[in-house]
Design a protein around this ligand. Structure first.
Ligand code: M6R
Length: 363
């Protein structure tokens, strides 16, 4: 059942190339027709994403995608907060819930409130026939297949895949995305499964992640830092480490570091940076310099051929290069593996971490 892997989590991390490819092909029909059932993208004035945990992090990336590619103002809310702040929801709003299980109580409650207030509700969900899919006006499935490990991995990267397809579709329908940019982003999305596969099949890279895990597993605290579309990946990397290794970790937008968290840095607090090619690369580089100046140990996720960050970093992990807006899908994979190997070295029950359930069906 674990397909020869020691844990479901490792199996599911390795299933990502297949899961992403299936999610693209499973959604090609509506994507190619340019129509999402029940939604007129030209009429959407605002998107609000509601979700919890890892699905919430996917939503944060969705904000960049919808705003960048389709020019639709987008808010992202923790589902557990949404209904308690008397949210402003209008009938030209599209509310998107993101949920692997389709059974998260807070997310369902947020969907119900949004519907009551007149919004259209679209759900991005992995479980066929789940409550979210029965209650939403429109359903788009991720095709991750069953996710058994409590720590979500392939559900996340397939959620990002759907968000990319949606943002591309909305962008074209609203006339905000030229044909060339649309074609080139879609082509790049189609190459993500093979790039993810190339990373996962490189034993050298996996060995390197294990080596880094061996150096870091005694840490009591860790920081994860990224900017722009990779800032939510920093949050996600920190969440993965917390939930399965019980090491305290915080994710931050790297530019916020000097407003507080930099005080934490010394030689005992590793900082994991997302530093792949992007318009904010130089900014991330100077944030890394700030950490090195305080004797922090730096792990950097970079692209092949990188030199400036690699010179400074204590450890580097190379992931294939892609368009910056798509980079979260690849950049999260080494962070999933890092959390996995650290938890495994510590001897914890990776698939069933303490205090956690796979789906949180109570408030
Ligand atoms: O099934 P859902 O996507 O609604 O679940 C949301 C969160 O409970 C979930 O992502 C949780 O944060 C995971 N354990 C993270 O790995």
């Amino acid at each position: 059942e674990k397909g020869g892997y020691k844990h479901f989590m490792l199996k599911e991390i390795n299933e990502q190339p297949r899961a992403i490819a299936d999610t693209i092909s499973g959604n090609l029909q509506w994507f190619e027709s340019g129509k999402v059932e029940g939604i007129e993208p030209e009429e959407v004035e605002r998107i609000t994403v509601v979700a919890c945990g890892t699905s919430y992090h996917a939503g944060l990336i969705g904000k960049f995608l919808f705003e960048n590619l389709a020019k639709i103002p987008t808010e992202v809310d923790y589902a557990s907060e949404f209904r308690y702040r008397d949210p402003i929801v209008k009938n030209r709003d599209l509310v998107i819930s993101i949920t692997q299980s389709g059974e998260t109580a807070d997310t369902l409650a947020a969907m119900r409130l949004a519907k009551e207030r007149g919004a259209k509700v679209l759900t991005i969900c992995n479980v066929i026939g789940s409550t979210a899919t029965r209650e939403a006006d429109t359903v788009i499935y991720t095709y991750a297949g069953p996710e058994i490990s409590v720590a979500s991995t392939k559900a996340f990267t397939t959620q990002l895949t759907v968000l990319l397809l949606l943002a591309l579709c909305f962008g074209r329908r609203r006339g905000k995305l030229g044909q060339r940019e649309f074609d080139s982003l879609f082509k790049e999305l189609m190459s993500i499964p093979s790039k993810a596969e190339a990373f996962l099949n490189r034993e050298k890279e996996e060995e390197r992640v294990k080596e880094i895990a061996l150096k870091l597993y005694r840490a009591k605290n860790a920081l994860y830092l990224g900017r722009h579309v990779n800032y939510p990946i920093a949050l996600e990397g920190a969440l993965k480490l917390k939930e399965i290794s019980y090491i305290h970790a915080e994710g931050y937008p790297a530019g916020e570091m000097k407003h507080g968290p930099i005080a934490l840095i010394d030689e005992t607090v590793p900082a994991v940076f997302l530093a792949t090619k992007s318009p904010v690369y130089e900014k991330v580089l100077s944030n890394i310099e700030e950490v090195k100046a305080r004797k922090g140990r730096v792990v950097a996720v970079v692209n092949p051929g990188d030199s400036a960050v690699s010179k400074l970093a204590d450890f580097k992990i190379e992931v294939p290069e892609t368009h910056p807006l798509l980079s979260p899908v690849l950049n999260v994979i080494p962070l999933q593996l890092l959390a996995y190997y650290i938890a495994d070295f510590l001897g914890y029950d990776v698939d069933q971490p303490r205090n956690l359930a796979k789906s949180v069906t109570v408030e």
